[in-house]
Design a protein around this ligand. Structure first.
Ligand code: MCN
Ligand code: CUN
Length: 798
């Protein structure tokens, strides 16, 4: 799959002036976004369009005895009220989740979480639909709810999934990884062991645009078009077809502009199914669009892992073993969106950036009366939790040994010359130079100065303490390969289709789907780099299953590693054919044609002035094509990655903790990232800034909370706190470049790195401020009251 000339040179970050690799090309899509011309699902209006509003349960656990539609149906403008019974008539009462569970589209018998979908009202406008929903009368018999995974696994806990034949308790699965015996042995023989209990709280991706769709059944063509807030249009079409029975070629999914996804738009939600069913039955377009609280309370959440971490080490800080045990709350259905062979996502990369001899992890997942989901939010399929665990534990160990947390990392890093590296839990790291990234971060952070300052504040018994936190994380992104990673059985490859027009410009179609990441620019840059075209002459299309090649979509930072690779390979195929056309035009032998990456031109070997541009070649392909070739200039590639890519970085956070109020101020926030060869440094920096902001949200504010009755008490923006510009410090970003050896352009993903890598750095910093008083952990979100409690417990509060 790889090319002749080895791809772009990692040392050249300036590009060749045509907007190729490494150039800070301004985002093409921003023109429409900043002039109000974006086209989101809710902007789509069709003649005769109806609106769908969902009736949701106020209870977390309740039997539905009866639903009375009559008052709603009497309302002027209400066209239909749908319940599970109506859907059952079309075999749409249930739908499969991405983890092989079965979820009610509308509650069949029993409500299993608050705000679950009970009925749907279809009306001529949204207000009437909403009024109608309030008039649907549901007779509930309230049952005892189970809110936490711990309660759920108690012997006398109420059974949530009583509709499942073999289900006798709320236990979903047990999973483990690594060598238990070898790990236990290492722990027995170790000089030092440490243990810490930590919770990764339930979070929500909370994209600005909530989820929704416009379903439009065309009875003339027997075809349904669904404009959908989808991160994975092709996979959604396949599943849609399987659920509805409508043949796949009669289903068109279109993802228009997406207002942020962050993983929230990977699963399929009941609202989509209801709107589609209503459109088929009523033969009119139907729109369904969530409100904010519906989005937070019912759609794919993230984390909710209760973790125990243990490290075994020598006296001089060499980590010999890592052990972890996790209790996972998956909500009412097992509906996590991740490769299906990974029940705990990629959590088993918990050895992190360190060369650790023995590792063992175990996990138990439970059903609870809370919303289903479990991985969304810039997570790389639970790498977030793994990184948090190991980076917190390294800090705990450093404190135990009274070692500098930078030094202990240095002693344990997988050395730069050990790549490709196989970890104790079976991961194949492609490349890395962890020490280099850490050194750079330490220098940027003025580390020694802040250590001095920290000491001084303690000695002076100052009101504000200094804490310095480090995280040297390793990510794993770019799923497949298809043989180990699939979604509902579909292998996780991706695709690109490049068509060069007679006038020398090109259209690239890809199977991934941007939600704000800037693919319309960055993917054009890959083509510009590989074909010597100007980036302005390439447009990128995606998100329409009628015209784009099949791909698995954008999540797990897989677009660059997989579809980016497909794009480079497809471009190189075009380049090969271009050589034959060049030979014809230049009246030379094809073997004598060379392509020059710097100039982007094709020329005859040894005669650089006999050259031709891709524009001239494009004309030749349509107007004077060689008899040995088909006319036209086009290529397709379906790319199954040989391995994932392993981006990494070192983040250093300096905080000032107020002993009187528990408030935390960020003094310095340094992020050094390595995502291999960089396509667009400006886009990367934007990704890092956004992700760090979300990391701060995670560490300091965000939490989907429930009370003991299963009421979601963190289900709106009054209670689910997102960071704003006020809470975000100035970020100082840096980078190193360690190309991926197996990726055609040496690039790794980057979208999730900052959210994955930053929370432990922030918590480590806050803990570090109190470490001299014996504090080893502070739970997230570290709101002032939580921090003040920790200060108080350590005897540091004022
Ligand atoms: N990039 C680059 N050079 C590299 C790697 C990446 O220039 N070596 C660029 C890419 O071309 C792309 C962007 O950085 O424009 C992110 O690329 P990548 O890391 O491949 O991630 P994806 O494009 O697959 O995006 C997914 C990732 C995930 S999983 C979540 S969640 C997330 C994130 O991206 N959701 C986002 N960033 C987001 N950013 C915005 N604005 N909105 C979201 O919903
Ligand atoms: Cu897990 S959030 Mo992103 O992979 O879409």
């Amino acid at each position: 799959q790889h090319d002749d000339d080895g791809g772009p040179d990692p040392e050249k970050h300036h590009g060749h002036g045509r907007g190729g690799m490494g150039e800070e090309v301004k985002r093409k899509e921003d023109k429409r976004f900043i002039t109000g011309r974006g086209n989101y699902v809710d902007d789509i209006k069709k003649p005769g369009m109806l609106h769908c509003e969902i009736v949701r349960s106020p209870h977390a656990h309740a039997r539905v005895n009866e639903i009375d539609k009559s008052r709603a149906l009497n309302l002027d403008g209400v066209v239909a009220v749908l319940t599970a019974e109506d859907l059952a008539a079309h075999e749409l009462a249930t739908m499969p989740t991405l983890m092989d569970d079965t979820q009610d589209v509308l509650v069949n018998d029993k409500v299993k979480f608050q705000s679950q979908e009970v009925a749907a009202v279809i009306a001529t406008d949204r207000y009437v639909a909403k009024d109608g929903a309030e008039k649907v009368e549901v007779d509930y018999e309230v049952l005892d709810p189970v809110v936490t995974a711990e309660e759920a696994l108690e012997a006398d806990a109420p059974l949530i999934r009583d509709e499942l034949e073999d289900q006798e308790d709320n236990h979903i699965f047990d999973w483990d990884v690594g060598d238990k015996e070898a790990t236990d042995e290492v722990f027995e023989e170790a000089d030092v062991t440490v243990e810490e209990q930590m919770e990764y709280q339930r979070l929500h991706p909370a994209p600005i645009e909530t989820c929704g769709c416009v379903a439009d059944w065309d009875p003339g063509k027997d075809k349904i078009t669904v404009h959908l807030t989808s991160q994975a249009p092709h996979a959604h079409r396949t599943l849609f077809s399987q659920v509805s029975g409508i043949p796949e070629h009669k289903v068109r999914i279109v993802s228009p502009d997406i207002g942020g996804g962050f993983g929230n738009k990977v699963p399929i939600y009941p609202g989509y199914v209801v709107a589609a069913a209503a459109s088929v039955v009523l033969e009119q377009p139907v729109k369904w669009m969530e409100e904010r609280s519906e989005n937070i309370q019912t759609t794919g959440f993230a984390r909710d892992y209760d973790m125990t971490g243990e490290l075994a080490a020598t006296e001089d800080g060499i980590i010999k073993g890592v052990r972890t045990d996790v209790l996972a709350n998956h909500g009412a259905y097992n509906a996590v969106a991740q490769p299906s062979k990974f029940p705990a996502g990629f959590f088993n990369i918990f050895t992190g950036s360190y060369d650790i001899e023995a590792a063992y992890g175990s996990l138990t997942a439970a059903f609870t009366n809370t919303a289903p989901g479990g991985v969304a939010y810039r997570c790389s399929f639970r790498v977030t939790e793994a990184v948090y665990l190991i980076e917190r534990m390294v800090k705990v160990l450093a404190q135990e040994l009274d070692m500098d947390p930078a030094e202990i990392r240095r002693r344990n890093f997988i050395p730069a010359d050990a790549f490709p590296y196989e970890s104790a839990t079976g991961w194949n790291y492609d490349s890395g130079d962890y020490e280099k990234a850490l050194d750079k971060a330490l220098e940027m952070a003025d580390y020694d100065h802040y250590r001095e300052e920290q000491k001084r504040r303690i000695e002076e018994d100052a009101d504000k303490l200094i804490g310095i936190g480090i995280s040297s994380f390793t990510e794993v992104v770019g799923a497949g390969p298809g043989k180990s990673c699939d979604i509902a059985g579909i292998e996780m490859f991706d695709s690109a289709d490049i068509r060069v027009n007679p006038t020398g410009n090109a259209v690239l179609r890809v199977g991934v789907q941007t939600q704000g990441q800037g693919h319309e620019t960055t993917f054009a840059q890959i083509v510009a780099e590989e074909l010597g075209m100007d980036v302005d002459n390439i447009s990128v299309e995606h998100g329409d299953t009628d015209t784009d090649p099949y791909g698995l979509g954008t999540y797990g930072s897989r677009s660059t590693p997989v579809a980016g690779a497909a794009t480079a390979v497809a471009a190189r195929k075009v380049r090969e054919k271009a050589k034959s056309i060049a030979a014809n035009e230049l009246e030379a032998a094809e073997e004598d044609i060379e392509w020059d990456r710097e100039s982007g031109e094709f020329h005859v070997a040894g005669a650089p002035d006999r050259s031709i541009t891709i524009t001239e070649i494009a004309a030749g392909a349509y107007m004077n094509h060689p008899s040995s070739e088909e006319p036209g200039l086009e290529a397709v590639n379906y790319y199954d990655p040989p391995e994932m890519t392993y981006p990494f970085g070192s983040y250093i956070v300096v905080v000032e903790v107020d002993r009187e109020t528990g408030e935390v101020d960020f003094e310095k926030f340094v992020a050094v990232d390595d995502c291999g060869n960089r396509i667009n440094p400006m886009v990367i920096e934007g990704q890092i800034h956004g992700g760090l902001a979300q990391g701060i949200g995670t560490a300091m504010m965000e939490h989907v909370t429930y009370d003991e009755n299963g009421n979601c008490t963190g289900g709106d923006f009054m209670n689910y706190l997102l960071p704003t510009a006020n809470e975000i410090p100035n970020f100082e970003t840096g980078y190193t470049v360690t190309p991926s050896p197996h990726h055609p352009i040496g690039a790794k993903g980057v979208g999730e790195s900052p959210t994955v890598g930053s929370p432990p750095a922030i918590v480590n910093a806050v803990v570090d401020a109190m470490a001299h008083a014996g504090t080893t952990h502070v739970e997230m979100p570290m709101t002032p009251d939580v921090v003040w409690e920790a200060l108080d417990e350590a005897g540091l509060s004022l």
